[in-house]
Design a protein around this ligand. Structure first.
Ligand code: F6P
Length: 532
């Protein structure tokens, strides 16, 4: 079905395997820096709003050349162009994948008229709500899950410096009533706006929470549901049936996890306003153009995606840790988990054939410096090698210079420590005042040894603004596209979420009736205990 060869069937793949055996496995970053005085410059990439230092990765010029050969043999550029022009690259659902069209300037890109009609209308609406003196709105509650939640939830703290001070935002996603209950507790229907966000408007969690919100609204003296409920969805009909008349639509060619640029971004627009929302789109568009036009060796999303393949398939690394040294990016790891793992957590190729190689790594992380005091121990001295991605922001949006300098020093020190490590001899030569006096010095030194040679990438932004954040998110989207294209999988479906949904529909009535007939013994036993 697919014209391009799968990565493992190319000559470059075999060459990479040979290169890994000969040089990759034993590659030492410290020696690489000693050998090449220009390594930092040679492995730095300037992309719109983002500078990336790839020099602390386990690659050399030959690795890069083989990876670029792989990209060429797998026709990465042709696949990219097919996505950007709107071919139905989501083959299992027969859909185009055009989140890039959502951020193309008016008159450019596919579906421009439809995209800009909704965008203009949504931004105009956002401005009326932001005029709090006349709208009377003080609280916005976004009810949505997955792609209809994680994007706005990630962007809002990141752009807090640009946010409307008179509006407070709340997010409800989980069908667990412990999520919505504390949110509703502090609210008054008169100054609350509910945004019901669901691409399909069929998602159990979202519809259940929306019903709870509507019932609460009416029971607490709310009168004008048309003013206080708005929907963002591709299923305008279902939203109307729910009783919502103000709707902002989008299209089936926008994947849920790629949808913050669409009407799903309404909470973002409400927080930061029309001009800033347009700047977010413009930043993403700049990265789209870089991805579309830059030669692959200097194309940041492409190179990061190729590096992911190198680490996953040749080094066998199973996860990647993201460490944003900016508290505003605290939800970025969660956002990236959906973006990357729902996109590339696949086990068959485009033809449905089982893959003989690994795909999506586990993506996880916490903002620095918090992570340093939790799991960084394992990154430095654990038995697994986990590439780390540091995100440093040069200029803060606050005036606490001293804190920011400390934050940056910490970020730099961590990537340095991962790479340099500490030999046992070095540890022996140092004092260890907190070590037990009953242990001999050699044993203590072995505990205090760091292997080093642990890879990391540093992404650097000048400042976290709507424009730079847009570019950063688009960078991740295209990087995920790149590794997915190389692996020859469909990065744009998510059949893996369906089975659990179907089984849940079967179990729901059983929880009411107590009927366990035909269930496996474990599920039946657990259900009986729940109902006892
Ligand atoms: O369960 C997976 C999923 O379909 C995601 O892909 C999506 O982002 C989420 O559910 C929410 O879907 P919807 O926006 O249609 O409610």
């Amino acid at each position: 079905m697919s014209a391009a060869p799968r990565c493992d069937r190319t000559e470059a793949w075999a060459a990479l395997q040979g290169h890994y055996e000969a040089h990759g496995r034993s590659f030492d970053l410290r020696e690489a820096f000693d050998r090449d005085a220009n390594r930092f410059a040679g492995f730095g990439i300037e992309a719109p709003e983002v500078f990336a230092d790839l020099s602390k990765n386990l690659i050399d010029v030959a690795t890069r050349r083989f990876l670029l050969d792989l990209a060429a043999e797998c026709q990465l550029e042709a696949r990219r162009d097919a996505m950007l022009r709107g071919d139905a690259v989501n083959i299992t659902e027969g859909r185009a994948v055009l989140h890039t069209a959502l951020r193309a300037p008016k008159g450019q890109g596919p579906f421009s008229a439809e995209v800009h009609e909704v965008l203009d209308r949504m931004l105009a609406y956002a401005e009326t709500v932001r005029d709090t003196a006349s709208s009377g709105i003080r609280h916005i509650v976004n009810i949505g899950i997955g792609g209809s939640d994680l994007g706005p939830q990630m962007v809002l703290p990141a752009l807090d410096a640009f946010a409307h001070r008179g509006l407070q935002f709340h997010f409800v996603s989980n069908v667990d009533g412990h999520d919505i209950t504390p949110v509703l507790r502090g609210l008054d229907p008169a100054d609350t706006l509910f945004v019901i966000a669901s691409k399909t408007f069929t998602t159990q969690e979202t519809l259940a929470n929306a019903q709870v919100a509507k019932a609460w609204f009416l029971a607490n003296g709310g009168t004008d549901t048309h003013k206080h409920f708005v929907a963002t969805t591709t299923n305008v009909k279902a939203a109307a049936e729910f009783g919502i008349s103000t709707t902002f639509g989008f299209w089936d060619w926008v994947g849920g996890r790629y949808s913050l640029w669409s009407a799903i971004g309404l909470p973002i627009a409400l927080a930061i306003g029309a001009d800033n929302f347009r700047a977010l789109l413009a930043g993403a568009h700049a990265m789209d153009q870089h991805f579309a036009q830059a030669p692959l060796g200097k194309n940041l999303p492409a190179m990061l995606g190729l590096l992911d393949v190198w680490y996953r398939n040749f080094h066998g690394f199973t996860s990647r840790s993201v460490a944003p040294y900016h508290q505003g990016l605290k939800r970025l790891p969660a956002y990236l988990q959906q973006l990357e793992m729902e996109s590339n957590g696949k086990r068959v190729d485009l033809d449905g054939e089982a893959l003989p190689f690994a795909t999506s790594p586990v993506v996880w992380g916490e903002p620095g410096t918090n992570g340093q005091h939790a799991y960084f121990q394992m990154l430095h001295q654990g038995t697994d090698v986990i590439p780390v991605e540091f995100i440093l922001v040069k200029r803060p949006t606050h005036d606490l210079r001293d804190l920011h300098t400390k934050l940056l020093a910490n970020g730099l020190a961590q990537s340095q420590a991962l790479m340099l490590g500490k030999s046992t001899a070095q540890a022996l030569s140092e004092k260890a005042p907190t070590a037990s006096a009953s242990l001999d010095a050699q044993t203590v030194a072995r505990h205090r040894t760091f292997p080093g040679n642990r890879p990391s990438t540093t992404l650097m932004l000048d400042q976290l603004t709507p424009r730079s954040l847009g570019a950063l998110i688009a960078l991740y989207e295209h990087r995920v596209f790149t590794s997915g294209a190389l692996w020859g999988i469909n990065s744009f479906d998510q059949w893996g979420v369906e089975l659990g949904k179907a089984l849940c529909s079967d179990l729901l009535p059983r929880l009411a009736s107590g009927d366990v007939a035909g269930l496996d013994a474990s599920t039946a036993g657990l259900m009986k205990r729940l109902l006892a």
